[in-house]
Design a protein around this ligand. Structure first.
Ligand SMILES: [Zn+2]
Ligand SMILES: [Zn+2]
Length: 149
Protein backbone atom coordinates (compact mmCIF):
# COMPACT_ATOMS: atom_id res chain seq x y z
CA UNK A 1 0.00 0.00 0.00
CA UNK A 2 1.39 3.36 -0.96
CA UNK A 3 0.35 4.91 2.33
CA UNK A 4 2.77 2.66 4.18
CA UNK A 5 5.73 4.28 2.46
CA UNK A 6 8.47 2.90 0.31
CA UNK A 7 10.34 1.24 3.16
CA UNK A 8 7.62 -1.34 3.64
CA UNK A 9 6.78 -4.41 1.61
CA UNK A 10 3.14 -4.98 0.78
CA UNK A 11 3.47 -8.43 2.33
CA UNK A 12 3.91 -6.91 5.77
CA UNK A 13 7.58 -7.84 6.03
CA UNK A 14 9.59 -4.73 6.60
CA UNK A 15 12.40 -3.83 4.27
CA UNK A 16 15.10 -2.88 6.73
CA UNK A 17 18.46 -4.55 7.07
CA UNK A 18 19.59 -3.25 10.43
CA UNK A 19 17.54 -1.88 13.29
CA UNK A 20 18.84 -0.77 16.67
CA UNK A 21 17.46 0.08 20.07
CA UNK A 22 18.30 0.42 23.74
CA UNK A 23 16.80 0.78 27.19
CA UNK A 24 16.23 4.08 28.94
CA UNK A 25 19.60 4.14 30.73
CA UNK A 26 21.58 2.64 27.85
CA UNK A 27 22.98 -0.33 29.79
CA UNK A 28 21.33 -2.73 27.34
CA UNK A 29 21.34 -2.25 23.57
CA UNK A 30 20.33 -4.50 20.69
CA UNK A 31 20.62 -4.80 16.95
CA UNK A 32 18.36 -6.68 14.56
CA UNK A 33 19.63 -7.89 11.22
CA UNK A 34 16.88 -9.26 9.07
CA UNK A 35 13.25 -8.57 8.34
CA UNK A 36 10.67 -7.59 10.90
CA UNK A 37 8.00 -10.27 10.80
CA UNK A 38 5.17 -8.28 12.29
CA UNK A 39 4.31 -5.35 14.57
CA UNK A 40 1.17 -5.36 16.66
CA UNK A 41 -0.40 -3.87 19.74
CA UNK A 42 -1.04 -6.39 22.52
CA UNK A 43 -3.77 -5.51 24.98
CA UNK A 44 -3.41 -8.53 27.27
CA UNK A 45 -3.21 -7.92 30.99
CA UNK A 46 0.27 -9.41 31.22
CA UNK A 47 1.72 -7.01 28.64
CA UNK A 48 -0.04 -4.14 30.39
CA UNK A 49 1.54 -4.95 33.75
CA UNK A 50 4.94 -5.82 32.29
CA UNK A 51 5.20 -2.47 30.54
CA UNK A 52 3.24 -0.29 32.95
CA UNK A 53 1.36 1.07 29.93
CA UNK A 54 -2.19 0.73 28.62
CA UNK A 55 -0.96 -1.78 26.03
CA UNK A 56 2.30 -3.05 24.57
CA UNK A 57 3.48 -2.67 20.98
CA UNK A 58 5.48 -5.76 20.02
CA UNK A 59 7.98 -6.04 17.17
CA UNK A 60 8.38 -9.66 16.02
CA UNK A 61 11.59 -10.86 14.44
CA UNK A 62 13.42 -14.14 14.02
CA UNK A 63 15.19 -15.01 17.25
CA UNK A 64 18.53 -15.47 15.53
CA UNK A 65 18.28 -11.97 14.01
CA UNK A 66 18.68 -10.35 17.44
CA UNK A 67 22.08 -9.50 18.93
CA UNK A 68 22.63 -7.80 22.30
CA UNK A 69 25.30 -5.24 21.52
CA UNK A 70 25.66 -3.80 25.03
CA UNK A 71 24.85 -5.51 28.30
CA UNK A 72 22.26 -8.25 28.63
CA UNK A 73 18.65 -8.00 29.75
CA UNK A 74 17.51 -9.61 32.97
CA UNK A 75 14.68 -12.07 32.45
CA UNK A 76 11.54 -12.94 34.35
CA UNK A 77 9.44 -16.08 33.78
CA UNK A 78 6.06 -14.42 33.38
CA UNK A 79 4.09 -17.59 32.60
CA UNK A 80 4.52 -21.31 32.00
CA UNK A 81 5.21 -20.59 28.32
CA UNK A 82 7.12 -17.32 28.21
CA UNK A 83 9.78 -15.11 29.72
CA UNK A 84 10.06 -11.33 29.58
CA UNK A 85 13.26 -9.33 29.47
CA UNK A 86 14.01 -5.97 31.00
CA UNK A 87 16.96 -3.79 31.93
CA UNK A 88 18.05 -4.64 35.46
CA UNK A 89 19.29 -1.06 35.95
CA UNK A 90 16.43 1.12 34.68
CA UNK A 91 13.57 -1.39 34.33
CA UNK A 92 12.76 -0.78 30.66
CA UNK A 93 10.70 -3.65 29.22
CA UNK A 94 12.67 -5.12 26.32
CA UNK A 95 11.21 -8.40 25.12
CA UNK A 96 8.62 -11.17 25.26
CA UNK A 97 9.96 -14.64 24.48
CA UNK A 98 7.76 -17.71 24.05
CA UNK A 99 9.50 -20.98 24.89
CA UNK A 100 10.53 -22.92 21.82
CA UNK A 101 9.43 -20.27 19.33
CA UNK A 102 11.60 -19.16 16.42
CA UNK A 103 9.99 -15.73 16.76
CA UNK A 104 11.02 -13.16 19.33
CA UNK A 105 9.22 -9.95 20.27
CA UNK A 106 10.96 -6.74 21.25
CA UNK A 107 9.08 -3.79 22.74
CA UNK A 108 8.65 -0.99 20.22
CA UNK A 109 9.35 1.76 22.74
CA UNK A 110 12.99 0.69 23.01
CA UNK A 111 13.71 1.12 19.29
CA UNK A 112 15.79 4.04 18.04
CA UNK A 113 13.43 4.64 15.10
CA UNK A 114 10.02 3.38 16.25
CA UNK A 115 8.12 5.54 13.75
CA UNK A 116 9.39 3.28 10.97
CA UNK A 117 7.72 0.23 12.48
CA UNK A 118 4.05 0.27 11.66
CA UNK A 119 1.58 -1.93 13.58
CA UNK A 120 -0.67 -4.15 11.47
CA UNK A 121 -3.24 -5.34 14.00
CA UNK A 122 -4.37 -5.54 17.60
CA UNK A 123 -3.99 -8.65 19.71
CA UNK A 124 -5.65 -9.64 22.97
CA UNK A 125 -8.55 -7.36 22.17
CA UNK A 126 -10.71 -8.88 24.91
CA UNK A 127 -8.40 -7.01 27.28
CA UNK A 128 -8.40 -3.69 25.42
CA UNK A 129 -9.25 -0.80 27.72
CA UNK A 130 -12.50 0.84 26.65
CA UNK A 131 -10.91 4.25 26.04
CA UNK A 132 -8.03 2.95 23.89
CA UNK A 133 -9.08 4.02 20.40
CA UNK A 134 -5.66 4.31 18.79
CA UNK A 135 -5.58 2.80 15.28
CA UNK A 136 -9.11 1.50 15.81
CA UNK A 137 -9.48 0.66 12.10
CA UNK A 138 -6.84 -2.08 12.29
CA UNK A 139 -8.07 -5.69 12.57
CA UNK A 140 -8.08 -7.34 15.99
CA UNK A 141 -7.63 -10.85 17.34
CA UNK A 142 -8.46 -12.31 20.71
CA UNK A 143 -5.75 -13.94 22.80
CA UNK A 144 -4.98 -17.48 21.75
CA UNK A 145 -3.21 -20.20 23.69
CA UNK A 146 -0.48 -20.18 21.06
CA UNK A 147 1.94 -17.35 20.42
CA UNK A 148 0.64 -15.03 17.72
CA UNK A 149 3.16 -12.93 15.90
ZN1 LIG B 1 18.59 0.42 31.28
ZN1 LIG C 1 0.35 -9.45 25.57
Amino acid sequence: MASRGTRFFDSGWFCMTEITGHCLCGAVAFRIRGPVRDVHHCHCGMCRRATGAAFATLVWVQRDAVAWTRGRPASYRSSAIATRGFCAVCGTSLYLDYDGSAQFALLLGAFDAPAELRPSHHYGIEGRLPWVDIQAALPGKETDVHPQP
